[in-house]
Design a protein around this ligand. Sequence first.
Ligand code: HEM
Length: 420
Amino acid sequence: MAESVTKQVPEIRLDPLGADHHGEAARMRSLGPVVRVILPGDVPVWAVTEHALLAQLVTDSRVSKDWRNWSLIQDGTITDEWPLVGMIKVTNMVTSDGDVHLRLRRQLTRAFTRGRVEQLRPRLNEIVSALLDALPGHAVGGVVDGVVDLRPHYAYPVPMQMICELVGVPVDWRPRLRESVDSLVRTNATAEEVVATQRDRHELLNRLVELRREEPGPDLTSALIELGESDPEALSQEELIDTIWMLVTAGHETTLGLIANGVRALLTHPDQLSLALDGDAETWSRVVEETLRWDSPIGNFPARYPLEDITIAGVDIPRGDAILAPYSGVGRDPAQHGPSADRFDITRPQTKHLAFGGGPHICLGAHLARLEARVALPALFARYPHLTLATDAAELPPVPSFFSNSAATLPVHLGTPNPT
Ligand code: HEM
């Protein structure tokens, strides 16, 4: 599929199984500041490999986020059967520019301000506490010495319950939505799986909109439906469906990864864990920021499309090509974080990272994600202070994806809990 590309720019094929995000990012960096990346299906895109270049790229107004500007979609090379199409061909704020982006983002900004998010804390505490109570019940082989997988039983339900309550998704619909998100981020899915997932997702979201139209509640779906009905210019049906989808996806897959990666980082760095256990809320906020920098749950995010020919670090990128944002990769860029960039260190003085992106598309849910992780992580270790990994960290299987950077399972021994 790839037409001939500029010969002197190094090329790398991303591993669709996401087996070694950080090793791959280090290899990309060693090849140069801008590399040619080959995606499944031999689809050629670009990636910048340095923090400073990514920080510029996300604020560059010559670069669009709208997939309609990708020449391989325009000329029909990429079809709806391409396995990664579900991450790209959506119509919401993530994939829009300028006034359209502002219109779609403004509708939701108020729901995610620091103040509004802080009001969710009591409900979050309840959810976390109930999940912690339930953990021993999931232990296979005895409560203290048995094994619990923290990914499905803690890291996932904390953000999933929060976002589904905000969006108004009924409890029994959530597992199907989760399956859909899971299949979306997997970069090793087959064409048939992709088409089936897209169909399933559309059907589910259309039913959700019907349900909330008939039974409105104090949730974001009902609010968006009302907005679209009172002013069709404000939100089309397609934008409504894709916005709800984006909220559910962005609202849990990422934070699930953050909580799981935070637990893994602490359990594999006992010195940092004991600093955290001896610390206060500020220390836990450092844990969260360092996890975001060192092991960002977003690996490589699609995509940006130059609206004119541009040059980045001496490399010419033609108009209409696609550029990936390697968020987890730049978190360990030594040019930004110094020679110790590879080390997980919650005491590092400078933790500025790009895990939430930057520029006009900076993460809308950053306050919510931070709150969830700042509550879920200390609560877990306060209740189960003797928590240990039940397997060697190197054995933890990765999520098969270059979009998501996290372990697919997180088996632990709970140890003796603290009394509640
Ligand atoms: C640790 C958790 C999270 C991480 C690491 C994360 C990361 C990001 C990043 C990197 C972007 C920018 C993508 C780009 O355009 O290149 C983004 C955008 C976005 N995120 Fe998050 N996110 C997280 C949690 C959340 C949550 C909880 C929500 C809940 C609503 C959310 C909603 C969004 C939305 C709506 C956008 C699109 C903003 C726009 O295009 O204007 N995110 N996120």
